[in-house]
Design a protein around this ligand. Structure first.
Ligand code: ADP
Ligand code: MG
Length: 214
């Protein structure tokens, strides 16, 4: 299978070509087509297997295809457990949003709160964030998730291990409407709390487990 087979917009394909990847990884091959149908998804594969592009490509494709669907931003929220991971995901996302109309922001714990308020007021299309700080902004009413189309939980197992269950529930409730799509990624699906959360947050999800023992 090739990246061409996904039917991605040609601007996305040119960035993929620029990255020089010969073919999609297994998780990308399985997750991208499912995510592009708009279905909810819970997927696992080991660290280093290419999960970031497995959600960035369908997210970008969705916004390019439905440019005018939502007037209310943000449209895509990507949550990651740590500042370092958020920065890495943001770096990858920027490769794809660069030169497009889509604005993306990074909202991390430990950084200046008021600067983040200003950035959130500019209605970014994409937010990449750690859960604690994002939940803070939501609670204080600095922005809303009423128009959120896509919620992505990267490394859901680690977010839960780090004690972010309360923040994730709050964010989920503030972005709760029927047309939202939710993608959940984890190193393993063998994690009771991940499954419990999947039942709360996802709507009839497709399950993909790469390299699982069963
Ligand atoms: P994970 O989130 O599963 O730990 P990452 O998305 O961080 O994995 O990707 C790990 C590394 O693999 C990154 O350096 C990324 O650029 C690279 N990578 C991603 N997709 C491909 C691909 N299709 N072919 C080769 N390398 C890839
Ligand atoms: Mg990752």
């Amino acid at each position: 299978m090739l990246f061409e087979d996904f039917g991605l917009d040609k601007r996305l394909m040119s960035t993929v070509e620029h990255l020089g990847f010969a073919e999609p990884t297994e998780i990308q091959q399985q997750a991208i087509p499912v995510a592009m149908t708009g279905q909810d998804l819970i997927a696992s594969s080991k660290t280093g297997s290419g999960k970031t592009l497995a959600f960035i490509l369908p997210a970008m494709q969705r916004l390019i295809k439905n440019r005018a669907l939502s007037k209310r931003d943000p449209r895509v929220l990507i949550l990651t457990p740590t500042r370092e991971l958020a920065k890495q995901v943001f770096g990858q996302l920027r490769l794809f949003t660069g030169g497009t109309q889509f604005k993306s922001v990074l909202i991390l714990g430990g950084e200046n709160f008021n600067d983040q308020v200003k950035v959130l007021e500019k209605d970014p299309h994409f937010i990449v964030a750690t859960p604690g700080r994002l939940a803070d902004h939501l609670t204080k009413g600095h922005f809303y998730l009423n128009g959120l189309e896509l919620l992505i939980l990267d490394e859901a197992d680690r977010m839960l291990d780090l004690g972010f269950a309360k923040e994730l529930s709050l964010i989920n409730n503030k972005a709760d409407h029927r047309k939202r799509q939710t993608l959940m990624f984890s190193a393993t699906l063998d994690h009771a709390q991940v499954n419990e959360f999947a039942m709360q947050l996802l709507n009839k999800p497709k399950r993909i487990a790469i390299g699982a023992a069963h």
